[in-house]
Design a protein around this ligand. Sequence first.
Ligand code: SF4
Ligand code: SF4
Length: 364
Amino acid sequence: MGAQTAQPEQRYQAKKTLIRRIQSDRSQRVRHTVQWLFVALNGWIGMQFYLWVRYFERGGQGLYIPRPAGVEGWLPIAGLMNSKFLLLTGHVPAIHSAAMFLFIAFLLMSLLLKKAFCAWLCPVGTLSEYLWKLGRSVFGRNLRLPRWADMPLRGLKYLLLGFFLIVVGAMSAEALQGFMETPYGLVADVKMLNFFRDIGLTAAVVVGLLVLLSMLVQNFWCRYLCPYGALMGLVSLLSPVKIRRDTEACIDCGKCARACPAGLPVDSLVQIRSAECSACMVCVAACPAQDALQFSLPPRRTALPAQNWYRRTLGPLAVAGILVYIFIGLVLFARATNHWQTNMPRAVYMDLVPHANEVNHPGM
Ligand code: SF4
Ligand code: SF4
């Protein structure tokens, strides 16, 4: 015979040997702990804010609880507007300055650690995660939308983000300051609370629909609709730390891709650049192979493979530590420089808070 026939063992690539990871993965335990601590912090802030609002609604009767500035973490548009004000003027705005510090902290997290804010801190992200897990146990599975529906729907959050960026981008420093000083700007947080306290039928149906969709589709809100997550995702493209796969250690089992809540093809990429990656490390937790999947800086190219990842990977405790460090660092800085609280006389709130529902957007 002229042509040589390949032996079966030559025709097929030899199956890679699995070198099992030595230590069990702790990433999800650490991440869930951080998530619940942040939910508890938000609950604590929410309770104080509610008591503060009730004080003014009762005409100044009862115990006065100071307004918790942390509630402004729920005012991302104010954070965006105030950040632009800071850029234009070099001055920290007087109203809702905490919104700006928190906004900057969350951007910084995304710049360093992908969209970790969404999977580690954001209470809406936490709720979304538990809703799809609940949906999976109730319906037996979650739905994955086909690509033709998934791609355009993912664009919705960027459209919403684009709208806010264009509107805020067109405002001058005077317009930004003027907006914050309007009654609407001053009680934007009270209006948000009232939205949920006095929820109308239409809004309740929309929220109910979102809850149902979040049970059916993994992270429905975050994946398709959240403009804040869209912004964090775009910033996260610059993050030097990414999920990285070592193709030599990987045994191509596909467990990482099947586990990824963002539906990313982790098993066929060397690094995950996607703006959808939230650094949840679920893929890392699912991987059975030692050092195959890491949340890390790019590996060194050394002669000894064992040194490639030396001091390059970020374990879950390091991720949690950096997130907490940035968060607490910015809050302490704002407090130390006396820029954390919005210092508005009580009489102003006494006028505005009980009538917050009657206050309209200045553009309406
Ligand atoms: S690639 Fe990994 S870290 Fe990124 S979203 Fe998917 S499971 Fe989470
Ligand atoms: S889980 Fe993914 S990275 Fe880990 S061995 Fe399987 S295919 Fe490779």
